[in-house]
Design a protein around this ligand. Sequence first.
Ligand code: FAD
Length: 492
Amino acid sequence: MDARRLEQNQTVTASTCIFGAGAAGIVLALELEKKGKSVCLLESGGHFLEPAIQSLYEGEVTGTPYNLAGSRLRYLGGSTNHWSGQCLPLAEDDFTSKEWIAGSGWPFGARTLQPFYEAASSVLGLSEEPESSAESEALHSLRLPGFQTDKIRSRPLRLGEHFRKELEKSLLITLYLYANHKAFRFDNDRVREAEARNDQGALFTVRADHYILATGGIENARILLDQERMQQKIPDKSGLLGRRFMEHYHSPLAILLSRQNSPFQRFQQADSMYYVLSERTDRLGFFAPELALRESAQTANFRIQLGHPGAFDSPLSEFEADLLTTLPAWENEATAPEHNNSSPKIKKFLLYSIVEQSPDHRSRITLSDRVDRHGRPQVHLHWYMNDLDKHTLRESISLFGRSVALSGHGRIRFLHEKEVYVMGGMHHMGTTCMHRSPGQGVVDENLRVHGLTNLYVAGSSVFPTVGHANPTLTILALCLRLVDHLSRVGDG
Ligand SMILES: Cc1cc2nc3c(=O)[nH]c(=O)nc-3n(C[C@H](O)[C@H](O)[C@H](O)COP(=O)(O)OP(=O)(O)OC[C@H]3O[C@@H](n4cnc5c(N)ncnc54)[C@H](O)[C@@H]3O)c2cc1C
């Protein structure tokens, strides 16, 4: 349904009202339908990218540079319209609190999410095929001290396109396109109704038993912060609404020179960027530090992925050849006449560190003085990298390099300072963080906004700590858990 056809001041009703039809909103709606619930699903965009609607994502940035409008998409399917589909659950210890990382830990353990991770994998159609013998061999032959080798499953499913027909033919879900959140109206601790506006400015009202914000990791906070302007402030006792914005730092930091017959040489080119473990292009290999190593080095979590050497794919420099000959066993390989990257002897990889940002109240979203074309304040992101983040970035590559050297499989060469850059993974997390206590989180362990009985938040904005795993599989697991919760608490 096109919300531009709705008349001014019309009221629509449903059991659940969801704002945002990206990964979270679509999966929530379809799962609620399975439980026999009626759903009103309101999406700001249409079926395709429209520059005027996309411009609603623009905002101001201070601190580390960030592309606010370019790191998300505002139409049916949301940012999954250009995601890479890399899926990985959080590690078991990502859920636990660590004394060297302030604010870390989830209100429940990995086991609570396990069944929902499995269900989320099947929603995304991720391969359940067991490892092939080549994969297991590659995984097990690469034993690096202090590191685990594992794989990321990948399927870049465009959720909007994929589920469009299912949403349109549903008798219980009504999808409104060009429908924007405007405000929640409260009766004491309950949302009484939500006000929405179509893209031409006409207002309409949604009445439901439950309301879910699923507008992405930045907009969820923006919308709740903007409630104050509507004189309907969110009762945020923690003061954390909009704070603790987290990303996964992505940074190419070193070149790996892998020696002849090293198991690294089993890695195969997957796409223009990464290498995979074996012939399976939907499974990217990676290396992640064990908890004991992180504890002794006092770092947050991270993983290392092998990438294409690109500009660094030149014959070995004198410096590199020198580096290799420092170990006598390398002498023949490094001094062989064909010692370049096309040689079977020494193969180069670019090493990417993908690093967990730690929760820090200085990294945050506030509302800007500028307004968007609907007259709502734009976001102001202050992306702040603290000392622990810098330490983890540095240590990620030193620890890995040490481990590679100890294993005898290769050597690493740090990139020069001017070759290094740090960017986000376009994962927006932490701005409505989850905690059992209203004094320490914006939503509770069931994603309900503290202090309100029927308003929930879905998406990576609820993550208290973020590990190194790409967020969408965890977002969907949390959505499936939320549906389970809502079906138990019932309506009204
Ligand atoms: C280039 C790129 C690559 C990525 N690769 C990966 C990857 O490999 N693996 C991974 O796990 N993640 C990846 N991500 C992140 C992934 O896309 C997000 O985690 C995921 O889409 C988040 O789902 P969501 O539903 O919370 O938000 P979104 O998918 O962003 O959906 C939010 C929806 O809300 C709508 N909306 C916004 N504001 C309003 C409003 N006011 N009223 C009504 N509707 C509104 C938007 O139009 C949108 O449809 C990638 C992201 C990008 C940009």
